[in-house]
Write a protein that binds this ligand. Structure first.
Ligand code: TYD
Length: 203
């Protein structure tokens, strides 16, 4: 049986990671690998309901409540989707995971970063991704990609999103073995070439 892998895709809104995730899924499937795609918030089932609250609830949401909802969804995703698939030798591609909470709720909303990391480790039972790719893009390009139809998180403002972006770059410096940064302001093809180079080392 091939070795399972857990790979996460991270970056600010509009960085293009979801497009790259789909390209990579196709590429790996063509090589005969079993792929499972999931996302946070909202892999499937209960996760989708949590996602609906997080992105569309229009009443006041406390920053800690927001964090706990992301964490609850994470625990569900890890236990129900990620771990069983990796154990079966599959490659799990996950759109956002632990680093989103550090970047958005920590750097973005200003909650205590060490505490978030501790809560992340409770939500995941200490399991970290084998590889994380951060898609880094300047604010102007990402805002253009997001467009005018913004959800609750995307409406948080330019300063917030700049903190998120630089938060990701800080996180990547702390864990260079796990986290690789790709310049996502390039064309889709050029970004994907970079992704393939990174992935080859893990296959
Ligand atoms: P989504 O539509 O999935 O955005 P994207 O396509 O950019 O991934 O919405 C997820 C939003 O939730 C996004 O704005 C980032 C935010 N988020 C957090 O703030 N904290 C988290 O822990 C996670 C997983 C996501």
């Amino acid at each position: 049986m091939k070795k399972g892998l857990f790979i996460t895709f991270e970056g600010a809104d509009g960085c293009g990671k979801t497009t790259q995730l789909k390209l990579l899924a196709q590429y790996l499937e063509n090589q005969g690998r079993d792929i499972v795609i999931t996302r946070e918030p909202g892999g499937k089932g209960l996760g989708e309901k949590v996602r609906e609250i997080l992105l569309n609830y229009d009443g006041p949401v406390s920053d800690r409540c927001e964090s706990f909802l992301f964490l609850a969804d994470r625990a569900q995703n890890i236990d129900i989707i990620v771990n069983p698939a990796v154990a079966e030798g599959k490659i799990v591609l996950c759109d956002r995971h632990i680093d989103s909470t550090v970047a958005y709720q920590g750097y973005g909303r200003g909650l205590d970063i060490e505490r978030i990391k501790m809560l992340n480790s409770i939500a995941t039972n200490g399991r970290k991704p084998d590889l994380t790719i951060v898609f880094d893009v300047d604010l102007e390009t990402s805002q253009k990609r997001v467009g005018d139809n913004k959800d609750r998180m995307e409406s948080a403002g330019c300063e917030f999103h700049n903190r998120v972006r630089f938060g990701y770059l800080d996180i990547a410096k702390e864990e260079p073995e796990r986290i690789k940064v790709v310049n996502a302001a390039q064309s889709i093809e050029a970004v994907f070439d970079d992704v393939k180079k990174i992935i080859e080392k893990y296959l």
